[in-house]
Design a binder for this molecule. Structure first.
Ligand SMILES: [Zn+2]
Length: 194
């Protein structure tokens, strides 16, 4: 019985020497499959919008083909299915009411939250929160009105709030038991701004 690589974008024969529990042909495909599985935690409200980009190591947005992308040019954005198994994905905020609060460096190596992150998450309704690519930050996704991006300091911590003209990385790694839904962040945004 010949088996094939479980990465749907690959499908290469696995060959007889692979152990029975090995389902992918290579480390690369194993990582792609794991990213695709994690991607199912991304809220449907993000997945169903064709506003996805990739980014390079310098965080410049790219199309899946590697060309420069722009957060103001929808022609350079993609469907989620195109990026779901790729590393370095991002979702473009275009002012439609989907917003993200970016908390850099708010998780220590042991996973403990900074005082600002603790206070902020306590004020959040159930909403999608994920760990940033560095493993040290959190992205709090939800709905709200953010006329322009804001960077602010509060209680010894830093927070950034964005709603348009920007892409935010999406790892598919939820923080704690964060649900795959977008909650109303208007209360927590007001709290941050006052
Ligand atoms: Zn493969």
């Amino acid at each position: 019985m010949s088996r094939t690589c479980a990465n749907p974008r690959c499908g290469a024969p696995l060959g007889g020497t692979r152990r029975a529990q090995t389902t992918t042909c290579s480390n690369r495909c194993r990582m792609a499959l794991s990213r695709a599985r994690r991607a199912s935690t991304v809220p449907a409200e993000l997945r169903e919008r064709d506003r996805w980009v990739l980014h390079d190591a310098a965080k410049a947005p790219r199309t899946p083909g590697g060309a420069p992308a722009s957060v103001t040019d929808p022609a350079t954005w993609s469907r989620f299915s195109t990026v779901r198994s790729r590393p370095r994905r991002g979702f473009v905020l275009d002012g439609d009411g989907i917003v993200c609060i970016d908390l850099d460096d708010c998780l220590d190596a042991g996973g403990a939250l900074s005082p600002l992150a603790t206070a902020l998450l306590r004020r959040c309704p159930p909403t999608y929160v994920e760990v940033s690519p560095s493993g040290r930050g959190l992205h709090v996704w939800g709905r709200g009105e953010v006329a322009r991006g804001r960077r602010l300091r509060r209680g010894g911590g830093k927070a950034e709030i964005y709603g348009a003209g920007r892409y935010i990385t999406v790892t598919g790694r939820p923080h704690g038991g964060a649900p795959s839904v977008l909650g109303d962040l208007s209360g927590v945004i007001r709290w941050l701004l006052t």
